[in-house]
Design a protein around this ligand. Structure first.
Ligand code: GDP
Ligand code: ZN
Length: 331
């Protein structure tokens, strides 16, 4: 390597990712960048080694520095797909509207726990009637050890508490679309400051699900917004025992070692539910996630996986055709 090119090397942090279009921050500067090679898998939150290519006037990412944490999910083929790197906390945002899907909440918390990332819950829109929120479900998360704050992006309640929660490190904000993640981020930043990436025609057909952005919170800490991350599959390696620790503890007292807690005699989990010591939603969540992980394993089966890929190819073809006809309509 020549002395000149060495001088043009620098470290940066990936603050937005849209497919292979990346935005990195180095000091006070934000620069557009792209991976130097096809094999480099780079996600939001990654610390990277960059090279300034003078000939083409662009920033190349040549190396991903070791990750402290990596949140991953299973894609449609059941393979591990990195989502966001170097975060210390995952905050699931829920709200009275849209009605919470506790299965999604469980999934996120489980994946976080498996990756050594702390989990927390933010209940937004607390200015609305909270009839949709079953307090039993939410209390169960607190009992299980997850931090919790109630807030309102529109009225402003609880934002100090939420900030305090986020100030401890780098958090990723996740949750169903419509719960108010962007509104919360906008409370801190003002929409003008949001990092956006220009997209070219090749990327237009791709949904914005691949875009992830990192924002600074005024009191310290960073927030990564994940627009529309609808499917978040669990991996086989995501340990259910860790994120359902209270059930694992009870299960040690079940009569059968392989008790599935589905009405078997002498089941300590069922007994705890009957005694009002365990919310049945926690057991149901465990069962649902167990089934999902089993399904992901089946997808990794070569024969089944081939069928799934054929199905996806058809789906993608349809989507492309639809995008083409839509863009014709716009013209
Ligand atoms: P996201 O999809 O999670 O990013 O949700 P948005 O931030 O786009 O918010 C979805 C809708 O909920 C918008 O119409 C917001 O104005 C509204 N919203 C967000 N936060 C609150 C809140 O605290 N209270 C109420 N009443 N509405 C909110
Ligand atoms: Zn049992």
């Amino acid at each position: 390597m020549t002395a000149a090119s060495t001088a043009d090397e620098f470290d940066a942090e990936v603050i937005a990712a849209f497919g292979r279009h990346l935005l990195v921050r180095a000091g006070a500067q934000e620069l557009r960048a792209r991976p130097a090679g096809r094999r480099l898998s780079i996600v939001c939150g990654d610390r990277v080694r960059c090279e300034f290519d003078r000939a083409h006037d662009e920033v190349l990412i040549v190396e991903v520095l070791p990750r402290r944490t990596l949140l991953a999910r299973a894609n449609l083929r059941g393979e591990s797909e990195p989502v966001v790197a170097n975060i210390t906390q995952l905050v699931v945002v829920i709200a009275p509207l849209p009605q919470p899907d506790y299965f999604i909440v469980d999934r996120y918390l489980c994946a976080a726990t498996a990756a050594g990332i702390a989990g927390a819950i933010a209940i937004n829109k607390c200015d609305l009637d909270a009839n949709n929120l079953e307090s039993g479900e939410i209390d169960a998360y607190v009992t299980a050890g997850y931090a919790q704050v109630a807030c309102s992006a529109t009225v402003g309640t609880g934002l100090t508490e939420l900030r305090a929660l986020l100030a401890s490190g780098v958090s990723v904000l996740v949750g169903q679309s419509g719960v108010g993640k962007s509104s919360l981020v906008n409370r801190w930043l003002g929409s003008a400051q949001q990092a956006t990436l220009p997209i070219d025609d090749n990327d237009r057909g791709r949904h914005a699900t691949t875009r992830r952005q990192l924002f600074a919170v005024p009191d310290g800490g960073l927030v990564i917004d994940t627009p529309g991350m609808r499917s978040f599959g669990l991996l086989e390696s995501d340990s259910l025992a860790d994120s359902f620790a209270e059930i694992a503890a009870l299960a040690a007292r079940c009569r059968f070692r392989d008790c599935q807690h589905q009405g078997e005699p002498g089941c300590a989990v069922d007994a705890a539910i009957e005694a009002g010591e365990l919310d049945p939603a926690r057991r149901d969540g465990l069962h649902k996630l167990g089934r999902e992980i089993a399904a992901a394993e089946r997808r990794r089966d070569p024969v089944l996986a081939r069928e799934e890929r054929a199905r996806m190819r058809t789906l993608h073809k349809e989507m492309r055709a639809r995008t083409r006809s839509e863009s014709k309509l716009r013209r």
